[in-house]
Design a protein around this ligand. Structure first.
Ligand SMILES: Nc1ncnc2c1ncn2[C@@H]1O[C@H](COP(=O)(O)OP(=O)(O)OP(=O)(O)O)[C@@H](O)[C@H]1O
Ligand SMILES: [Mg+2]
Length: 283
């Protein structure tokens, strides 16, 4: 049977060493290949822990039913390096991820490790730096960059090695609105061109609303997984677990309060705009 999962968790629990209780409790989910999945949940719900389990930085609690698969391959201590080739993570804090003396060296580092020939390497480094709007900084020292600029370089470093799955762990949190839009555009373009799977961990609900699917985590358990329109229409559930809802959903619920009922099948911003315009014409 063809496996269209990029990542699969079956009955995964995880407890940090010396911690009294587990932070993930019997978690099972599938992330579909070639799609963009947003992982949302309150602070401490276990999102970063999931990303570290995906590339074997952390190992699940021992349980015979427990299994993590990446691109159809079961993650074991023997093939963890193999799996790490397939998964790139841009971590929450960009400060800890620099290895090169200059921005250019840093982005080239992952390529050197993978034996990419030198002429191709320079081309690729320049291309990804230009993609993230940082080509002018190719000779700068990473330590001297601003937080948002560091995030851009960390993103460029991962884009350069073209893994199958890229996890962005709040990687756009320090970017200004233009920068964020630019990076999200690059992510989407790359995803379509290279058939990448994207997992973005985010507190930005509008960003999650752009994804193909949304996975909701609450206290170490999966609460929902669906297309954004479905997940964000569960406003009560999201409020209960302390999450915000996107602007369109807020507008729909406000309109409802003043007696304008929006049909269930109207979900996206464009559908809502269209519906409201024709409503006006009828009157
Ligand atoms: N190294 C660690 N040792 C012990 N406990 C940890 C460690 N890292 C995280 N935790 C705990 O595990 C839980 C989940 O943490 P995790 O970092 O996965 O949350 P998160 O969903 O990424 O949160 P945030 O939105 O704040 O980034 C938290 O309660 C946290 O305190
Ligand atoms: Mg986190």
């Amino acid at each position: 049977m063809a496996d269209n999962s990029a990542v699969e968790f079956k009955n995964v629990s995880f407890t940090y060493p010396d911690a009294k209780k587990s932070v993930l409790h019997d978690v099972s989910f599938r992330i579909k290949k070639g799609l963009w999945t947003a992982l949302i949940g309150h602070n401490g719900s276990g999102k970063s822990t999931i990303s570290k389990l995906i590339n074997g930085l952390l190992i699940p609690d021992q349980n015979e039913k427990s299994e993590i698969k990446v691109e159809g391959i079961k993650l074991t201590p023997q093939n963890v390096w193999n799996i790490r080739e397939k998964v790139g993570i841009v971590f929450q804090n960009p400060d800890n991820q620099f290895v090169g003396a200059t921005v250019g060296d840093d982005v080239a580092f992952g390529l050197e490790n993978r034996g990419v020939p030198r002429d191709q390497m320079l081309d690729r480094v320049q291309r990804v730096l230009s993609d993230v709007g940082m080509l002018d900084y190719i000779n700068a020292e990473p330590a001297n960059l601003s937080g948002g600029q560091k995030q851009r370089i960390a993103i460029a470093g991962i884009l350069a090695v073209e893994p199958d799955v890229i996890i962005f762990d709040e990687s756009t949190s320090m970017l200004d609105p233009n920068g964020r839009e630019q990076i999200l555009g690059i992510i989407k373009k790359l995803m379509l061109e290279k058939k990448l799977t994207i997992i973005s961990i985010t507190h930005d609900i509008e960003e999650a609303n752009l994804a193909d699917e949304v996975l909701v985590l609450n206290d170490g358990q999966i609460l929902a997984q669906d297309i954004p329109a479905e997940v964000f229409s569960k406003t009560e559930m999201l409020r209960e677990i302390g999450l915000d809802i996107p602007f369109t959903e807020k507008l729909i619920s406000k309109l409802d309060q003043i007696g304008i009922k929006i049909p269930q099948n109207v979900k996206t911003k464009d559908e809502l705009k269209q519906y409201l315009c024709q409503l006006n014409l009828k009157k």
